[in-house]
Design a protein around this ligand. Structure first.
Ligand code: AP5
Length: 214
């Protein structure tokens, strides 16, 4: 089962991808998490990616595509995976289609989590993330049991640098320009499914699970 998550920044892709990965026993591959991990560890890739991420821009394809192509053919991906944050533009979508086709494979489901821009800004400002294990919370909607502390690993939660209001607006612009056209792209491939991402998290999850199990 090869799944691509589509949706605006803050639509809940990461939240849902983590739950789906757990339920179906497949890896959750987030390009944003890969870049943040590299950033935290001071790698060259992390330093280069930071320049773009801090401005709300996409990291160039040449830094992104190969990382994904290497990751999706690793052993743990044999039964499938869920891609969260990739592809992010048409050229990445075409790249993914090509490398999969060369391996006799294809994307089975492109799940578009639909949330209007107005809701996004509220969500992003309340989001807190664990820098250690990647778990995501929201100070009002999905608070951790103990304020500021990750339920899963006990680390101190942080606010992502790119969740500042002006950067969020830029990310939304980039989403509408570059990423939204992928909805038509996957519709054309006959694998697009849209869910209402404004529903409570558990309902969104139930809707996605139904699509994947039908
Ligand atoms: P990335 O990490 O992929 O960020 P994003 O797509 O902007 O998405 P987010 O992680 O911000 O949001 P999400 O949709 O996962 O929402 P979440 O579940 O956290 O990318 C970051 C940057 O890396 C990019 O800007 C770019 O620079 C670079 N990058 C990454 N991939 C790239 C690529 N392929 N090419 C080039 N550059 C790339 O939820 C958001 C909040 O809402 C949370 O607080 C959550 O708890 C809450 N929430 C979730 N669901 C619900 C719900 N149903 N109801 C209420 N609240 C909810």
């Amino acid at each position: 089962m090869k799944i691509v998550m589509l949706g605006a920044p803050g639509a809940g892709k990461g939240t849902q991808a983590a739950m789906i990965a757990e339920k179906f026993g497949i890896p959750h591959i987030s390009t944003g998490d890969i870049f943040r991990y590299n950033l935290k560890n001071g790698t060259e890739l992390g330093k280069k990616a930071k320049e773009y991420m801090d401005q709300g821009l996409l990291v160039p394809d040449e830094l992104t595509c190969e990382i994904v192509a290497d990751r999706i053919f690793m052993d743990d991906c044999k039964n499938g995976y869920i891609l969260d944050g990739f592809p992010r533009n048409i050229s990445q979508g075409e790249y993914l289609t090509k490398v999969l086709r060369e391996a006799g494979q294809k994307v089975d489901f492109a799940i578009n989590v639909d949330v209007p821009d107005e809701n996004i800004v509220v969500r992003m400002s309340g989001r807190r993330a664990c820098p250690n294990c990647g778990a995501t919370y929201h100070i009002v909607n999905i608070p951790p049991k103990k304020e500021g502390i990750c339920d899963t690993c006990g680390s101190e939660l942080i606010q992502r640098a790119d969740d500042k209001a002006e950067t969020v607006k830029k990310r939304l612009d980039v989403y509408h320009d570059a990423t939204e056209p992928l909805i038509q792209f996957y519709k054309g491939l006959g694998v697009l499914y849209t869910v209402d991402g404004t529903k409570p998290m558990s309902e969104v999850f139930a809707d996605i699970t139904k699509i994947l199990e039908d």
